[in-house]
Ligand binder design. Sequence first.
Ligand code: ATP
Ligand code: MG
Length: 190
Amino acid sequence: MPESEQQPRHPKAKQQKPGLVLINTGDGKGKTTAALGTALRHAGYGRKVLIIQFIKGTWHYGELESLKRLPEITLVRAGAGFYKILDDHFPEEVHKRAAAEGLALAREAVASGEYSLVVLDEIIYAIGEGLLALGDVVELLGRRKPEVSVFLTGRNAPQELVDLADTVTEMREVKHPFREGILALKGIDF
Ligand code: ATP
Ligand code: MG
């Protein structure tokens, strides 16, 4: 789209914000991948992106390799793997410490303005599991420089976060092959 066509036409256009808080929640698939899509979009303009993956720490994902090829995007894994499910063999304290480290990094990043977009993948899951305090995440959002966008993902977003956010999308499951016994597929799910 030519630049000239991108002029805001909305009557409230003067309220245009330099950065947004976005949430992808719900029980359908696509929360993480859509946030990564936004990171890709950002990188296309040479803007810096920080992605912090909570929970997923020890698992391998295809996007880890693709993102390495993009100099604009930095990915940090702040998790000790899935919590209380699958092959989890870490004590709760290890998970909590990993999540706290991720949160500390995120606080610094949103306040510094070094990154134009900060993606906090599965952070809502970490709140739901009690690894992070909701109040600490709210406090973090309060430190955001207005030009920095923050993207949070995870099921069951608490109302307080929904209220704070500018963009909230709920992914709704219509069908998922998991119900037919088809497990996670390489390149689609990880
Ligand atoms: P994706 O990473 O594919 O964008 P997501 O972030 O929306 O998915 P999560 O809740 O983070 O999904 O779950 C991660 C994993 O669980 C992914 O492998 C995803 O395919 C799978 N998954 C997502 N939704 C469902 C569902 N409704 N039933 C079973 N598995 C699901
Ligand atoms: Mg996800």
